[in-house]
Design a protein around this ligand. Structure first.
Ligand code: BES
Ligand code: MN
Ligand code: ZN
Length: 499
């Protein structure tokens, strides 16, 4: 686990050292508490010189202002006071953390002079800081550069946020911190190289959720064989590292209530198998477990904040390797459902893993809904780039709720079609279906394949190939592995499934 800053809340008091960050509203200048940090008015003067007007997430800094013990004093723009949304506070937090640079002592003066940020706002600001502070630099033993041309982040910083009601902010932050823990855990898992994080090691990470009160069961190859998971096992058979299936249960709801279910593709490395991928960029396939990472992340968040819901998370952990024992194009495997699959392309492995996971999840838990996350197709990036994940669903209510949760967390989804015309494309001449139907509508035919394993249960498939990794940097993410999906699903649960 990478280091994380600590966050505390306190009443207003003039800080004595470190990086001090004050908020500035557009057109409103500095509040009273902020002005106290700027006795000589140098920061106010810097506004003009730097052309700073308080626009959201812009900042301006002065070094060691006279008459204070600070190293730096920065103003962070919040935009128009009174019109700041939840996502705005995350961005303000992100910009604040960036302005604090590598300081180990950071004080944020959350005063706007007039329209005070609520406890929720302050908690979101703190969450934004935690998410921005993350940097995967555990393997950098010599350089202070994080590889983005930026200094190694202040991930061990002590952050104190001064605000009007510190105890209310602290309470609100307890929840935000649970979510931050989930997002950062997911990022860590995605960033970790596959030599370190194989199926067994990943399963051990999932097992650690027991510390938060979740129940975690790890199924071995033998158990999966017994269950008849021929599709998942076919993918795993080319690797010397055995597969695992982790079942994570969080029971925070009523005893009889059906769980909500999250299912994740956990291909710890995807070489393509015998249908091997080209070498260029193949290293990115260490992130082909981004769906599973998000599932572990959201289960972490739910357990850590003791969500009043029953939830299960299932992740299928395999490595897709070419080998003397690997499956071949043309092989026919029998899935747990009994349906047979002709493996046209061993690189279309994610759907094979998910087929058995979805079936098993439905069979064992009869959940209220299933949402699966998977870095499933390159085609979804051709369609949507890095700014939306693809959403496929057999249920309009679930699809609408997911879309709304996506908008409020800025983890956006775009709904794509399903239909019998597309379903036909995966019929096989030798088996019940084939795992690849060629280039046309590649993301949709992959979704149609999954749909054959969900029966009548409300289900959504999120194709996160373009968003779980390698997406453009944002105010709250500078990491290759983004943790996409954790905040989204946490929000879905909070808004609709907690009582
Ligand atoms: N893991 C890949 C999809 C992927 C590609 C994710 C790039 C992230 C970045 C998946 O297993 C895959 O190889 N899909 C194939 C399917 C094809 C063989 C039908 C693809 O998208 O090319
Ligand atoms: Mn593949
Ligand atoms: Zn894959």
């Amino acid at each position: 686990m990478t280091d994380r800053p600590t966050v505390a809340f306190a009443k207003f008091a003039l800080p004595k050292k470190g990086s001090v960050l004050v908020l500035a509203a557009e057109g409103g200048g500095l509040g009273e508490q902020a002005r106290a940090c700027d006795p000589d008015g140098v920061l106010s003067r810097a506004f003009e010189v730097a052309g700073f007007s308080g626009k959201l997430a812009k900042s301006v800094e002065v070094l060691a202002p006279a008459g204070t013990g600070f190293d730096r004093l920065s103003a962070i723009g919040v935009g128009k006071a009174g019109a700041i949304e939840e996502g705005g506070w995350l961005k303000i937090g992100g910009a604040a953390m960036a302005a604090a640079k590598s300081a180990t002592d950071i004080a944020v003066i959350a005063d706007l002079g007039g329209s005070e940020p609520s406890a929720e706002d302050v908690a979101n600001l703190a969450l934004g800081m935690m998410l921005r502070a993350y940097s995967f630099d555990k393997y950098k033993t010599t350089s202070r550069e994080n590889g983005n041309g930026e200094e190694k982040s202040a991930d061990k910083a002590k952050i104190t946020i001064q605000c009007a009601d510190p105890s209310a902010a602290k309470k609100a932050f307890a929840r935000a911190e649970a979510v931050a823990g989930g997002v950062l855990l997911a990022r860590d898992l995605v960033n970790e190289p596959a030599n370190v994080l194989g199926p067994v090691e990943f399963a051990a990470k999932a097992k650690e959720l027991e510390k938060l009160g979740a129940k975690v069961e790890i199924l071995t190859e033998k158990e999966m064989k017994k269950l008849g998971m021929g599709a998942l096992l076919g993918v795993a058979q080319g690797s010397v590292r055995p597969p695992r299936l982790a079942v994570i249960e969080w029971s925070g709801g009523k005893a009889k209530e059906k769980p909500v279910a999250f299912v994740g593709k956990g291909v710890v490395f995807d070489t393509g198998g015998i249908s091997i991928k080209p070498a260029g960029g193949m290293e990115d396939m260490k992130g082909d477990m981004g769906g599973a990472a998000a599932v572990v992340g959201v289960m972490h968040a739910l357990a850590a904040r003791k969500a009043k819901v029953n939830a299960v998370g299932l992740i299928g952990l395999v490595e897709n390797m070419p080998d003397g024992n690997a499956q071949r194009p043309g092989d026919i495997v029998t899935s747990m459902s009994g349906q047979t699959i002709e493996v046209i392309n061993t690189d279309a492995e994610g759907r094979l893993v998910l087929a058995d996971l979805l079936w098993y999840c439905n069979d064992r838990f009869a959940p209220q809904f299933m949402v699966n996350l998977a870095t499933l197709t390159g085609a979804i990036m051709v369609a949507l780039g890095h700014h939306h994940a693809g959403l496929f669903s057999n249920d309009d209510t679930l699809a609408e709720r997911l879309t709304a949760a996506g908008l409020s967390t800025d983890e956006k989804l775009w709904r794509m079609p399903l239909g019998t015309e597309y379903d036909k494309l995966i019929d096989s001449k030798n088996a019940d279906m084939k795992n690849s139907a060629g280039r046309m509508a590649g993301s949709i035919t992959a979704a149609q394949f999954l749909k054959r394993f969900v029966k009548e249960t409300a289900w959504a498939h999120l194709d996160v190939a373009g968003t779980a990794m390698g997406s453009p940097h944002t105010e709250i993410n500078r990491s290759w592995g983004s943790g996409f999906g954790v905040r989204l699903l946490d929000r879905l649960v909070a808004d609709h499934y907690e009582k």
